[in-house]
Design a protein around this ligand. Sequence first.
Ligand code: BGC
Length: 742
Amino acid sequence: MTLRLVATLLACCLAIPAFAPPVSAQPSPAPQGVGWKTGGEAAAIERRIDGLLKQMTLDEKVGQLHLSGRGDGFDIEQIKAGRMGAVMNFVVPAEVLTVQKAARATRLKIPLIIGLDAVHGFSTYFPLPLGQAATWNPALIEEAAYWTGREASAAGINWTFAPMVDISRDPRWGRVLEGAGEDAYLGSVVAAARTRGYQRGGVATSVKHFVGYGAAEAGRDYNSTWIPTSQLFDLYLPPFKASFEAGSMTAMAAFNALNGVPATAHKGMLTDLLRGKWGFKGFVTSDFGSITELRLHGIAKDDAEAARKALLAGIDMDMMGNVYHKHLAGEVTAGRVPMKALDEAVRRVLRVKFHLGLFERADVDPAAAPALMQTQAARDVALKAAQDGAMLLKNANETLPIGATVKSVAVIGAMAVPEDERVWTDPAGLGRRVVQALPEALKQRLPADVSVAYEPAFTKACGTEFADKDAAVRAAAASDLVVAMLGEDCEFMGEGASRTKLDLPGVQQELLEALVATGKPVVLVLATGRPLVLTWADAHVAAILQTFHGGTEGRAAIADILTGKVNPSGRVPMSFPRSVGQIPVYYDQLPTGRPQKIRQRYESIYIDEANEPLYPFGHGLSYSRFTYANARVSKPSMPLDGTVEVSVDVTNAGARDGQEVVQLYIRQPVASRSRPVRELKAFDKVLLRAGETRSVRLRLDAAKLGAHDENGRYKVDPGQIEIYLGGSSQTSVMTQVLLTTS
Ligand code: BGC
């Protein structure tokens, strides 16, 4: 399901009277964090599962693997008959209560696991996950997930289809907005933080999409992926591993075929690796209807065979496919699926339900739920995340922050003022419009004598057609500074929104050029779901502030940065290409035998384009200026299982306090395999007062400096390691450490 659909679902459903305000404002109970229990508790759970399995009929067992969703065709009778173990897309507490009560009233009283794509918020919206990754602030990212989990759990939901941890190097793919960008290390840190946060907030995570979905060929959604084993293990699998190590209780399989085998029937990944090597004890759900899609992938002649292949490969739950429900009992009876295999899948589902505490957990109290929605604490986190994730990509002549000489500002673009359907309804029923419009937010922050005009220019946020272009250009021409808020919205981003052109959609570029032609300085504020090609803008506008839709507090955060109340500190989590033809463009490429030296023929270059992205991974400007010096290691060498402390002196040479993301990259120039020109291995976001110098210390474990070979074997090679420290993947000071065999 697309994000848009979920957003609409939430916006509409949370407004219905069933979610009325509480009679009294009782303090809300903190949610119970969830996670794996250990020792005696875990053993007792296995005994309870044994007991249940002995009592369950074949239909009841299959029922536990059947995930159905709110909407047309949903049949509560199936719950009452013990033939549905999981539901999704219920968001109204009273409705959640109804379905859960129906499950509890069954013969075996097995509660439902209740799932939702609570991807970047439930009632309070945080920046899109890619925008959260841009904060490079794991503690903050964890808090955003915590509040999402906490709000969802307060509505009775106990399972989220998140985090999405698919690495992607292809911004043509519309779903890059749901991930953490291009890098395995940043992606792993974010995956772990989000997993911890959600589960502390009370919902089990379903880390997705296992595996390789982000590598869809040519960036076309659902397309096949071809990933060499070494790259699978070094790049695509680490964020999943990090999420499981952080306790993720479930996983979701991907839609795509991985190296010719559909992920939904990939025994090598689902069973041999996940359950075997990694020891994962939770369950795996299919993606939406992906079991029946095995027919279309061409590996099953009918749904019965699809069901059999998926189950035997390791898919425990059928999301919205109705295929297990219809065919699994028959496959077992016919002896094509061993009862033992079915029991194992049921065991994994029941295990998660027990570890989640669902059998004991009190049901949702619809009257109490609203008090936990959009609390000030959640909104504070949303604001901080939107502030920390906004990336200043260009700032010529210190156009920003808006200076004292600016007496009039023209805000242009319908995206500056949220459209009605984009205003997240306040489920507490307090009538509070939590999304601030940008003109209003600027007005509040600028001195009283500065005028702020607003012209939408377009009929709707995504700028597909003009409402009144001339009025927008006139307003720009009459102002000292133009703030154009443009980007991608509506149908241009998210699932199923793959693009071959990464320009501003619709007629937005035409408007931008007209605004620039007025001769007034133009600040381009972007809200997109992916890195766009900003080459023209970079050459012509005065400043660029990039956000990946900031959520409930997004425009307030933008106003904070434009006016200098907040010093920008977001850093690029995914390289911005100069042109679509550069894709895939990413920082940790392997060296070639023909490196770019003087840009002549027979070097690995384009004859019509630079090699480098427009904005590299890790890049982001600040109103401060940071300098690096004195990179050093605590010892010159370490064994292959050793640790070294790396330090660097970072100075805020600017006039304002500011946050810097200190990034540590390595390179092993000589090893048994060719190794990337740079690899992120550690980072820290630090606040430095104006003029302050701080010695920032980062730890490097030798065991994490290796790579996988084409058989998936991991190896750390002895030899010299170059260590680069700086504020992006391009700028740095250097030190070294020697990896030794003894
Ligand atoms: C998406 C999943 C999502 C599911 C349920 C699918 O189309 O790929 O990420 O969790 O729908 O909404």
